[in-house]
Design a protein around this ligand. Structure first.
Ligand code: TYM
Length: 339
């Protein structure tokens, strides 16, 4: 592809916090959908390590997970030649624009963020400023690259909408500076629920209800066998998210990994009951994750290769981020940097 066509590609950008190991929600809601975008878009994906420290982390674990997350991105099909893969903390422009955007983000807006409310309820002993202003940093992540689309799960929609509001506000004050991005949310898999509490989102904080990408097959099978279905006596695989959230979650997962529609799933499992359905979903997930787990385990040993990937990724990212930041500095009235 010649350079001019390359320049015209729309930009995709997303990130995941390396605050835990990647799970099925991260995969189905986000990473799975990223790999197929590389031909059509200019793609940037990063490990959101700056975001991770809004919750206390063990430093050695954070370092290890940041690298293993990169290995998992690649194992999920993100080709480092076609996607820019990097660590957020290696591109200092994120923190710099994050500060500036803090000054264009309202206290009331930040107070309304559901993730802030959830996380502060869970970490009552550490409700720090970073946890509160986190969406302004996320806006910086996105706006630095003039992203057109942000491929995320449903839970990040609110942050993406705030990013749009911040971009529009800034553009209205100073003239066109940022591309106003749109969230890019998959039709199925955008909100994977916990296998043990199907009314709560799947998250690493509930390990029993959470399937990790690196879980061994026996563990995945066990978690699906024990998945909570429904308290009704119907024992019927039927799409009814209100009355049957556990079954709806399993159908959603099954549909996301097999591509089957809900109607087809209902048809295939008619008269078979949960005892057949649960292990079948488990097997489908095991087979989907198997190549990723195997490739991740191989890739994680390639330390030098991974180092090259994140070094080159940060260099590429920084050259784009620098251009936006320079423009922003000028707009807000900072004296041009002499070096
Ligand atoms: P994070 O790290 O919580 O989640 C990473 C991605 O996984 C999706 N996700 C889910 N999707 C479906 N079902 C679930 N149960 C589930 N759990 C998580 C999330 O929607 C997300 O797409 N603030 C972001 C990280 C971030 C970011 C960014 C994302 C920082 N800067 C810029 C996009 C653009 C976060 O905490 O995601």
């Amino acid at each position: 592809m010649d350079q001019q066509t390359e320049v015209k590609k729309k930009v995709m950008l997303s990130g995941i916090q390396p605050s835990g190991d990647l799970h099925l929600g991260n995969y189905l809601g986000a990473v799975k959908n990223w790999a197929e975008l590389a031909e059509q878009f200019q793609c940037y994906y990063f490990m959101a390590d700056l975001h991770s420290i809004t919750v206390r982390q063990n430093p050695a674990d954070l370092r290890r997970r940041s690298i293993s997350q990169l290995a998992q991105y690649i194992a999920c099909g993100l080709d480092p030649e076609k996607n820019t893969l990097f660590l957020q903390s290696h591109v200092h422009e994120h923190a710099e624009l994050g500060w500036i955007l803090n000054c264009y983000t309202m206290f009331g807006e930040l107070s309304r963020m559901t993730q802030f409310k959830d996380k502060s309820a869970k970490n009552a002993e550490n409700i720090n400023g970073g946890l509160f202003t986190y969406p302004a940093l996320m806006a910086a992540d996105i706006l630095l690259y003039q992203a057109d689309f942000v491929p995320v799960g449903q839970d990040q929609k609110q942050h993406c909408e705030l990013t749009r509001d911040i971009a529009i506000r800034f553009n209205n004050i100073y003239g066109p500076t940022f591309t106003v991005p749109e969230p890019y949310i998959p039709k199925v898999g955008a909100r994977v629920m916990s296998l043990s509490v199907p009314t709560s989102k799947m998250s690493k904080s509930d390990p029993q209800g959470c399937v990790f990408i690196m879980d061994p097959p026996e563990e995945i099978a066990r978690k699906f066998k024990r998945a909570v279905t429904d308290s009704d006596t119907e024992n019927c695989v039927r799409w009814d998210p209100e009355q049957k959230p556990g079954v709806a979650n399993l159908m959603n997962i099954y549909s996301a990994v097999t591509g089957l529609s809900f109607e087809q799933i209902e048809h295939d499992f008619a008269g078979k009951g949960y005892g057949v359905f649960k292990p079948t979903v488990g097997d489908a997930v095991i087979e989907t994750l198997r190549p990723i787990r195997e490739e991740s385990s191989r890739m994680i040993a390639e330390k030098e290769y991974l180092r090259t990937v994140y070094t080159e990724g940060a260099q590429r990212a920084s050259s784009v981020a620098r251009r936006t930041l320079r423009k922003v500095y000028k707009r807000v009235g900072f004296v041009e940097k002499p070096f």
